[in-house]
Design a protein. Sequence first.
Length: 392
Amino acid sequence: MIGVEEAQLRILALHAPVSMEVVPLLEAAGRWTAAPVLAKRTQPAHDLSAMDGYAIRHADAPGPWQVIGESAAGTPFKGEVGPAQATRIFTGAALPMGADTVVIQENITRSGDEIELSGNGPKSHGEHVRRAGSDFTSAATLIEIGQRLTPARLALAVMGGHGTIAVRRRLRVAIISTGSELVPPGTETGPDHLPSSNAPMLAALMQNLPVDVVDLGIVPDDLTALTEAFVAAKTCDIVVSTGGASVGDHDLVRPALNAAGANLDFWKVAMRPGKPLMAGRLGDTVVLGLPGNPVSALVTAVLFLRPLITHLSGATDALPPRLGVRMGEPLPAVGPRTDFVRARWQDGLLVPTFPGDSGMLFPLAAADALVIRAAGSPALEAGTLVEAILLA
């Protein structure tokens, strides 16, 4: 049995990031850059006014000034501002040649083409002016390789002159739900059957990632059927199964993977919940065998599947960020495996959602985060600082 951190690193080492492609901006949203994004232009391209007012020469303050024209965004004043002259100017407009400062309109009284101060004058040279290149200059690195294209970064790329971006291609992820007791969602169930909840849960977890999900459905506890399902999934980048990963007579994922020709890297992780986890390769496809209990399946997906997807998608830092938060309630001592406590926010603190049984979905649905408790940790009091991973 290996530790959680070792398991994460070994899973990421199973495969390099996938190939790149150049796509239109909106298709790149939420994906990771495969090359640095460099500015093709300077922003602002000219000195711009940050306020509505009048463009003047600071040396001529406190006025008065003669208004000789107007500068608006997209329609700049073509002339030059000389001594004791000004132009009406609007936010985002280019500063006319000769002007170096903007006086806001609230501090000006105008009579015809004459203006004078009626409030505070400009405090400094360049007041209310956005200097050319103050945001970025041509050839500057706007977005590093391996960064996710958030809405703000997409806007930055557009402002930098880009209409397309180099990103890693979308992944194909197959989901196999194992177990003769499972029936499709919405199906009437008898006392011996369960609705198959793991596949929709995992698909939802991947919804905001650059992934095309291939649901291979429910496979009964039959070695031949399960082997065939794994072979069929070899066209995908990742195949993730749920259930059948333990050591019982009906836990057939491991023998089925062996029969399909997979090479398993490890099996079993020292964690709770989620101990029966396996990872390896089936040809060029990465295989993750997750536990069947819904809580265990979600916890292992957050810790291993989501980081694997972000790694293959080109992220430079694929592991989930850990936040320092305080507990709102005490927690007991931890046994020989790392414990991931399901917890929810309450008044800015995290409190456990009990009971913590790995088969119970109601407490899981109430959870916002996983509190990380290292193996062998002593009991802790309310108010103690802990590390946590957000589930959303």
